[in-house]
Design a protein around this ligand. Structure first.
Ligand code: G4P
Length: 283
């Protein structure tokens, strides 16, 4: 399957992000916990050089808990602060606040030594489309937050959301673009629904997903659809179609309907907590 990404306005977005990053102490990068590498663009490492860095392994509710732990370790070893998160759930947010303070400890200390007290830490959210940036900002900021207006020394028009007395967040996230190093990155993004389904061949995509699941999470697939021991993806899609009554007029098997059903159930977590990209950190 061929994937393409049309950068279009990406150059502008990158320039904007470079400007915005200059204003903050901390870069909060969201990745999708199901594909923590394919859902990030490592260019952010040079864009965010010299800033404190926090990675939020978002949608952790949909990913394999064991893998979440390993990915957390993986990114920690690379020098990031890390929090596993379900951005739609306010519960993780207190931990995020605490980790933000921890990540910016040095800066706060430096300010203190210079006699600057109570200057809030400034942060911005970045990530590729669909990783949950807006959800995070909305949930994190909640209703209680007050938007702060333009301030002297801050680029005109920038909106900062005051989260608490210690932290201010830029209200617009920086959008990164996926990095298509090989086709498997595009495929993983398509599996989780981060590519426009209209440009994809859904039948083919579902067969690829069956192949991946058969290898890494066979029980999730077989139990959900009561499948036989069959290993041919096309036959398995046929079994899914039969078991879920995906038929067209004339009792013909509706492969596309079964394919869409499988993808939807995977994306919404009905197949179980599944991570499609593994780390090689030992147990
Ligand atoms: P973006 O700004 O990075 O583009 O992402 P956005 O917040 O729009 O989130 C994309 C989708 O991911 C949304 O679903 C959102 O609800 C969902 N989402 C965000 N964070 C999490 C999470 O931690 N766990 C899970 N399970 N889902 C999350 P949507 O289908 O586009 O909208 P809706 O169904 O919420 O209306």
């Amino acid at each position: 399957m061929q994937f393409q990404w049309y950068p279009g306005h990406m150059t502008k977005a990158k320039r904007q992000m470079q400007e915005d990053i200059r204003l903050v102490d901390l870069v909060i990068e969201l990745v999708d916990a199901r594909i923590p590498l394919s859902s990030r663009n490592p260019d952010i490492d040079s864009l965010g050089a010299g800033k404190a860095r926090l990675i939020l392994l978002n949608k952790a509710d949909l990913a394999d808990p064991k893998q979440n732990e390993k990915w957390e370790q993986f990114f920690r070893q690379k020098g990031f602060f890390v929090v596993r998160l379900d951005a739609r759930n306010r519960n993780g947010m207190k931990q995020v606040s605490n980790v933000i303070m921890e990540a910016c400890k040095e800066k706060i200390e430096r300010d203190r030594r210079r006699g600057i007290l109570n200057r809030p830490v400034r942060a911005m959210v970045v990530g590729i489309p669909n990783v949950g940036k807006s959800t995070f900002i909305n949930t994190f900021a909640g209703k209680a937050c007050a938007k702060t207006g333009n301030k002297p020394g801050v680029t005109k028009g920038k909106q900062w959301i005051r989260l608490n007395k210690n932290v201010e967040l830029l209200d617009t996230p920086g959008i990164l673009w996926p990095k298509f190093e090989d086709q498997s990155v595009g495929l993983r993004l398509a599996f989780i629904g981060s590519m426009n389904d209209e440009i994809l061949n859904i039948d083919e995509l579902s067969l690829e997903l069956i192949r991946v699941l058969l290898q890494d999470y066979p029980q999730c697939l077989r139990e959900r659809y009561q499948l036989s021991e069959e290993t041919d993806p096309v036959k398995l899609l046929e079994e899914i179609a039969t078991n879920r009554h995906c038929v067209k007029r004339g009792n013909e098997i509706d492969y596309s309907k079964a394919a869409a059903l499988l993808l939807d159930e995977f994306r919404t977590g009905k197949l179980g907590k599944i991570t499609l990209e593994k780390t090689y950190i030992s147990e």
